[in-house]
Design a protein around this ligand. Structure first.
Ligand code: ATP
Ligand code: MG
Length: 455
């Protein structure tokens, strides 16, 4: 085999290498085979550290597996010295060279050639032999030519591998950007919805405020009316007890018609008072809900929350609807009261919207381990199996545009699971749909004591 033929073989082998890794393994392999060396190791210089990257012979136990791979700093040992001096060396007897670094596969003689590109050491080609003085100058010259041919190929492979990495990173960044954009869009939609809700809230707050004043004087007038009416009744008794009252007048005062009127006035005052107080409750709940005064966490009673929600939904509740409340006495919950009220309103409203006339809605509170549970059950339309997995997804709705936005349950889910570490479970069959809200009692012992104190 002529020298030229060997170089040709080597150059041809390099041509087939697609990646940096392929190239380094192909260099080691074709040097070993073409030059008839026992072994060969290729080092790459990475930040002044020479790292073994590929090998032929004893160090390459299986396909592309380096045994006992070592790292040598530039300047240390024979390999490090050659990397520093950029001068190839032959060591006839390694035992006589103090720079020689012994490893598991120590040889008797060694040839070390630098791979240089633009005056920098890219790496090292190193071969050891079990024989004394196994290498001569012609090996050194040939290996240096091979190293010089390999150098620009290594540079371009390093460059493409950096390019590949950058491209992969760019692709990853691109995917991340797409995800962020999607999330941003979703958040924007939610924000727009919140904005709309805020405007509606302001409007409702204005109306509630306007109702408050006439409501105030109506309640106070009715209370005066009650007092005046008591005066009239006592005057009535005084007249009747008067001995000289003309018979005609006495008969009129005792007539059925007159007694009925007196009784009815009493009932009307009582009913009107009840109605006005109910309006007052609704308005004050509405104001609290809209102003969202209670932004922080506090202890509050779940059952009161249910009653508040029902008060607010009074307008939506049909007279024909059957409402069944089973509220168990529970310790207070520590949470954001107005947000939890919002959840009750949304879920009960969904149940109301799902039920027909004469429907039945059951609201039940109870304790399960360390959780307060609220079940809202309706016997309405039910939820299809295929829809069940979507109902908490933002904007999923089966209602018409004017009826639903599909955000109610999404918001409820976030409030319960993320803000209160609770859970919402749902089950639906052709008879009943139940939403179960579970809220943890944070400090079970403290809560139990509170419960004992309540009784
Ligand atoms: N009790 C229920 N019975 C039947 N279907 C229900 C019930 N509760 C929720 N759903 C279904 O889940 C969907 C999503 O409910 P969600 O409260 O999130 O939105 P929505 O009620 O449609 O609109 P909104 O944003 O006004 O609340 C509803 O459109 C409905 O199909
Ligand atoms: Mg809803």
């Amino acid at each position: 085999m002529t020298e030229l033929y060997k170089i040709g073989q080597f150059a041809a082998a390099m041509l087939n290498a697609a990646t940096l890794d392929d190239l380094l393994w192909s260099i080691a392999n074709s040097i070993g085979k073409t030059l008839g060396f026992d072994n060969c190791v290729i080092y790459l210089n990475v930040d002044e550290l020479l790292i073994q990257k590929s090998a032929f012979g004893i160090k390459n136990s299986q396909k592309r597996t380096l045994l006992n791979s070592i790292i040598i700093p530039v300047g240390q040992g024979i390999v490090g010295a050659v990397a520093q001096s950029r001068e190839a060396e032959i060591i006839a007897d390694t035992r006589l060279d103090p720079r020689y670094i012994h490893d598991k596969f120590s040889g008797r003689s060694e040839i070390t050639v630098p791979i240089i590109y633009e005056n920098k050491t890219l790496g090292i080609i190193d071969s050891e032999s079990a024989k004394h003085n196994a290498f001569d100058n012609s090996d050194k010259e040939l290996l240096q030519i091979i190293a010089n041919i390999a150098a620009p190929r290594i540079v371009s492979a390093l460059y493409s591998s950096t390019l590949d990495k950058t491209q992969r990173q760019l692709e990853k960044t691109n995917v991340k950007l797409k995800n962020s954009l999607y999330k941003l869009k979703k958040n924007q939609e939610i924000l727009i919805h919140s904005e709309k809700m805020a405007s509606i809230g302001l409007l409702a707050a204005g109306v509630a405020h306007e109702i408050n004043n006439p409501l105030g004087f109506s309640i106070s007038n009715l209370s005066f009316f009650g007092d005046y009416y008591d005066n009239i009744k006592s005057m009535h008794q005084t007249l009747l007890s008067h001995k000289e009252l003309p018979a005609e007048l006495r008969n009129k005062l005792l007539s059925d018609d007159y007694s009925h009127t007196i009784e009815e006035i009493e009932n009307i005052v009582e009913e009107t008072n009840g109605g006005l107080l109910r309006i007052k409750n609704i308005v004050s709940d509405l104001c609290g809900y809209i102003r969202n005064e209670d932004r922080g966490f506090s202890n509050f009673n779940i059952n009161d929350g249910i009653k508040t929600a029902l008060n607010m939904l009074r307008g939506e509740i049909d007279n024909d609807l059957n409402l069944e409340l089973t509220l168990e006495n529970l310790p207070n919950i520590y949470g954001n009261k107005s947000k939890i009220h919002q959840v009750f309103v949304n879920i009960i409203l969904n149940a109301l919207q799902a039920t027909e006339k004469n429907g039945l809605i059951k609201v039940k509170t109870y304790r399960s381990n360390n959780h307060a549970c609220i079940d809202v059950t309706d016997n309405g339309a039910g939820i299809d199996d295929k829809d069940l997995k979507n109902i908490f997804t933002p904007f999923f709705t089966t209602k018409s545009v004017n009826k639903g936005t599909g955000l109610g349950l999404f918001i409820c889910h976030r409030i319960i699971t993320e803000e209160h570490t609770g859970r919402i479970l749902v089950s639906s069959n052709n008879k009943e749909t139940t939403f179960c809200i579970m809220l943890p009692f944070l400090n079970a012992n403290r809560q139990l004591k509170e419960l004992e104190l309540q009784y």
